[in-house]
Design a protein around this ligand. Sequence first.
Ligand SMILES: C[S@@+](CC[C@H](N)C(=O)[O-])C[C@H]1O[C@@H](n2cnc3c(N)ncnc32)[C@H](O)[C@@H]1O
Length: 297
Amino acid sequence: MNPKGTRKAQRLTLPFQTAETTSESKATRDQDWTALVSAADNTGRERLVKSVARVRDLGEVLTPTAMVQAMLDLLPDELWQPHTSATFLEPTCGDGNFLVAILYRKLHKISSAYDAGLLPAGSTPGAVEFHAFQALASIYAVDISPENVIGGSPGHEIGARERMVMIFMAWYHEMLDVRLTAGSAVLASAEWIVNRNILVGNMLATNGDGSPSGRDALPLVEYDWDLATRSVAISRTTLGSVMAAGSTQTAGRLLLLYRPEPAYLWRGAPVELRNARVAAPPVLKTKPRNGKVMRMG
Ligand SMILES: C[S@@+](CC[C@H](N)C(=O)[O-])C[C@H]1O[C@@H](n2cnc3c(N)ncnc32)[C@H](O)[C@@H]1O
């Protein structure tokens, strides 16, 4: 797959290259990160149905990459700009076919804005990194299946969260020539974001047995990005508030729910998000059965 607008980003050298930097061969570094956007396996086939049971119980038929790209092509080009980074909420994300394609477009736009000297936060590697975090944090999603969100089980090896982190890491490697390894602050903060933005939850208000699903109380983090200080301030909201209010965009700042003075829980450089004490929501245990989703005891 060759998503629209594929390019080789110009590599930058970070002033703080440390243990995260690798000295591996150029061939390895030149891995084509754009290929990660496709859900194809190594035979080139996309697996759009995981099992008949999942089609029956979850209505799960995943969208092919080409169709995702064709749908995203219908959106205006301004939507992919680095700042303010438009917010997306995928209500039934599966294992992330739309999410990775959206992230790809946002990261690609950061690369091309950098090359053109038009990156809003400046023309430095720090500015590139700031916008990359902003892009990652602008994408929210819910799916009822923990297998889809978290992965790590047979037949669901890589979930939506991990796919997002893989794209982020591979792009970061190509753009900044730094491989993010376990223990890296950048990687830990990227994981912090996807663990809070991509949630296991029921998008229906009630479970199959009529009990409340807890959808409206699903906690979300809002991010408020400051270009001048290259910092981010975070506050809490819920999916219910977001759905009630709709999205509101204000100059220089994008909030899911507009509040003049949000109660910020933390503020700092995005690479420090890993230290923000905002609990990740617990994984909702659900059991799909005959087209109805039941909450497990
Ligand atoms: C048709 S698939 C689409 C997945 C993804 N949006 C894509 O296009 O590849 C529908 C997805 O909705 C999820 N789902 C089904 N019922 C749900 C519910 N009540 N709340 C949240 N997700 C649900 C399933 O797990 C399934 O992955």
